[in-house]
Ligand binder design. Structure first.
Ligand code: PHE
Length: 332
């Protein structure tokens, strides 16, 4: 039986045949199983020898089956890689990615401001009206608060319309002066989507509060910042403006060369000296005098990072920044 079984094994060429073989010999009604059942008719004095023989045959068949299975699998593997040169080296360069242009600009802005002593802060994107508007001295009838400009949630919260809410989040929790923070993050507005507007965009906010922060500090910080970002010779100008949470307030323009055209002033950021009404609101909520309007002054500025990336790279449509078209992304 052993010889018969082992030579039968060699002719089998697939898994199904091997399984049939197993059932034929080792299964419940298999040939070997039948022989083992015959043990009860073997005289006692021969039982030991016959039993040993039977075990030997069973082991031989089981091992033979396993060996054959391995051989078949090895043949299959060999066939699968036939014609492929496994010793060839990999192709270099394929699949090496780069950082998204927006990430690069954000990192540059953060790195530059951190060198000036600013530390990172953040706050929630789903914000209360108080943090986004009231504490920032924005009256209830201000147009920015309209349903048509701001995404309101069913629970009365809203998607923050600017990162200035992080000014309030920070002033509420900080324990000592000075406060010198930056907050990059998303902001949301119900704008019609076009080449320069998305309903989600990115800003970076900065806030510096101490015993006597002056407008000169604000000017020096921003001039340094924009010369780091746009190059050493960059001209920066401050135009009087209005924000509810700063007084005085300014818009900042930088003068940039456009290829082949005359240099142009481009609006890039909003800024100003923190309005005492903001310190008053925060002091009331904290219940202490750390930010008493008579004790501290501060400056704040905020700007759009998408816009910064577009200006720096000459990107004409903001939608390129979110479409993830590799033909666009590969350029950075
Ligand atoms: N939050 C203002 C905006 O989104 C920008 C700003 C920030 C202005 C800080 C002044 C101070 O337009």
């Amino acid at each position: 039986l052993k010889t018969e079984a082992l030579s039968a094994l060699d002719t089998l060429t697939d898994e199904a045949a091997l399984e049939a073989f197993r059932i034929d010999y080792l299964g419940k009604k298999g040939k070997l199983t039948g022989l083992s059942a015959g043990m009860r008719d073997v005289p006692v004095e021969q039982k030991k020898d016959v039993g040993a023989k039977l075990n030997e045959v069973r082991d031989a068949i089981t091992n033979g089956l396993a060996t054959r299975k391995e051989a078949l699998q090895a043949a299959k593997d060999a066939e699968a890689v036939a014609g492929i040169d496994l010793t060839l080296p990999g192709r270099p360069g394929a699949g090496t990615g780069t950082l998204h242009p927006l990430t690069q600009i954000r990192d540059l802005a953060v790195r530059t401001l951190r060198r000036m002593g600013f530390t990172l802060a953040d706050g929630p994107e789903v914000e209360t009206e108080w943090h986004c508007f009231d504490a920032l001295n924005t009256p209830a009838d201000h147009p920015a608060r309209n349903e048509s400009d701001t995404f309101y949630m069913p629970d009365g919260k809203l998607l923050r319309t600017h990162t200035s809410s992080v000014q309030i989040r920070t002033l509420e929790t900080v324990k000592a002066l000075p406060v010198r923070i930056i907050a990059p993050g998303a902001a949301y507005r119900r704008d019609e989507i076009d080449a320069t507007h998305l309903s989600v965009f990115n800003q970076i906010e900065a806030l510096f509060v101490d015993k006597d922060v002056s407008l000169a500090d604000l000017k020096g910080t921003l001039e340094f910042f924009f010369r780091e970002v746009f190059g050493p010779g960059t001209a920066v100008r401050f135009r009087p403006h209005f924000f509810p949470f700063t007084e005085p307030s300014f818009e900042i323009d930088v003068k940039l060369e456009a290829k082949g055209k005359e240099a142009r002033w481009i609006e890039i950021a909003g800024c100003g000296m923190v309005d005492p009404a903001v310190f008053a609101a925060v002091s009331k909520s904290r219940g202490d005098d750390l930010f008493h309007p008579d004790q501290v002054t501060g400056f704040a500025f905020g700007m759009g990072l998408d816009r910064l990336a577009m200006i720096l790279h000459g990107i004409s449509d903001i939608r390129h920044l979110i479409e993830n078209d590799v033909r666009f992304l590969q350029q950075f």
